[in-house]
Ligand binder design. Structure first.
Ligand code: CMP
Length: 139
């Protein structure tokens, strides 16, 4: 059953390129409520753990290096049908395949440096949110 929360990260390329405000605006304009938010930088251990599902993929090392290369914004978002609606808002993993008007089409550099993360299931949204936030940081 669909829940109403998802988890996102604005990735280092998005912040390096000065897109934080515009992306947050798109998220809020699309009707998502920010339940928790943090401007932070992942350690290598945190990035390895967060992406451990991709540990066997050839791009894992590159992904960990990229995700630790600068600050990120992590957030828990609330909206009806949050996971699916947020994935529609961000668009395909590869910005070349993302639909017009999506965050990745507008702001991602490449399939690897793709500006924003969105949880792919309700279960992962809960796991990823708990990875970054304690109960007292969620409003
Ligand atoms: P995301 O879907 O948020 O989580 C997994 C990440 O791995 C993905 O975003 C990209 O940043 C990265 N990724 C996925 N596929 C590739 C690829 N083929 N080459 C490099 N990085 C990738």
């Amino acid at each position: 059953m669909a829940t109403n929360k998802t988890f996102t990260m604005l990735k280092p390329d998005a912040l390096e390129n000065g897109h934080m405000g515009k992306i947050l605006d798109m998220i809020v304009e699309a009707g998502f409520i920010i339940k928790a938010m943090k401007y932070t930088r992942l350690s290598e251990a945190q990035a390895k753990k967060f992406y451990e599902v991709h540990a066997e993929r050839p791009f894992y090392g590159e992904l960990v290096e990229y995700m630790t290369s600068g600050p990120i914004v992590a957030a828990i978002l609330e909206k009806e049908n949050a996971v699916a609606d947020f994935r529609a808002l961000i668009g395909s993993t590869d910005p070349a395949e993302a639909a017009d008007g999506t965050i990745r089409k507008s702001y991602a550099e490449s399939k690897g440096r793709n500006a924003v993360h969105g949880s792919d299931s309700d279960e992962n949204a809960a796991i990823e949110g708990a990875f970054h936030f304690t109960a007292s940081e969620i409003f």
